[in-house]
Ligand binder design. Structure first.
Ligand code: SIN
Ligand code: FE2
Length: 219
């Protein structure tokens, strides 16, 4: 008998589906599904050392998304600008190291997305509570735009917005669920992207939030 996912995964698409978002960008549905419990444990350990915090943009606004990092550096923003910092400004300590599990998952996902030999040095961890959104932006604080971005969704589903190289291009709206992984690079590396306001809900592992891991080779 053929193995069947029916009834096991109540997602709108079969496990393992690839959705091309644009040239150089793909959503790998369910790619990290089996690793989600271990990822949640890793995030718990990281946030015990480097708590989630809502940072201030250079324009003086407090972000609605709460963030922390692990790896050799972390993405931070304050009144002076956006940057990667080897220390957590809240604690003065280096960011917690990136667990091997996370690094390997990112490498495998990048390869599945068409980018081989990706070794991230930074993982930005975003936490979205219901109502929280991330406005359209480009990831452009990294040194080498030849390196892709790998983005892992955990917890509540969300609508990921994936646009083009110009802010004015209307973004595609795509539902992302726990265990889905988006990979973009090459011609899509600087595409605008964001997250629509999160709907309320309950996830058995993380409760009423969504967590996103964004892996980059930033330094
Ligand atoms: C980001 O662009 O930093 C995160 C995107 C997401 O949460 O899916
Ligand atoms: Fe981003």
């Amino acid at each position: 008998m053929m193995p069947s996912n029916q009834g096991l995964f109540p997602s709108e698409a079969p496990l393992g589906e690839r959705v091309e978002l644009s040239q150089g960008a793909v959503l790998l549905r369910g790619f990290a599904a089996s690793e989600v419990p271990a990822l949640v444990e890793a995030v718990d350990e990281i946030q015990a050392l480097a708590p989630f915090r809502r940072m201030i943009t250079p324009g003086g606004h407090r972000m609605s998304v709460a963030m922390t990092n692990c790896g050799e550096a972390g993405w931070v923003t304050d009144r002076t600008g956006y940057r990667y910092d080897s220390r957590d400004p809240e604690t003065g300590r280096p960011w917690p190291p990136m667990p091997d599990l996370l690094k390997k998952l990112a490498g495998r996902a990048a390869a599945a997305g068409g980018f081989s030999r990706f070794v991230p040095d930074v993982c930005l961890i975003n936490r979205y509570n219901p109502g929280t959104r991330l406005s359209l932006h480009q990831d452009r604080d990294e040194h080498d735009y030849q390196q892709p971005i790998v983005s892992v969704s955990i917890g509540l589903p969300a609508v990921f917005l994936f646009g083009g190289g110009e802010r004015t291009e209307r973004p595609r709206r795509i539902r992302v669920e726990s265990g889905d992984v988006a990979v973009w690079g090459g011609p899509a590396r600087l595409n605008f992207h964001g997250v629509a306001p999160l709907r309320d809900g309950f996830d058995p592992l993380v409760g009423n939030c969504r967590i996103n891991l964004t892996f980059r080779k930033a330094l």
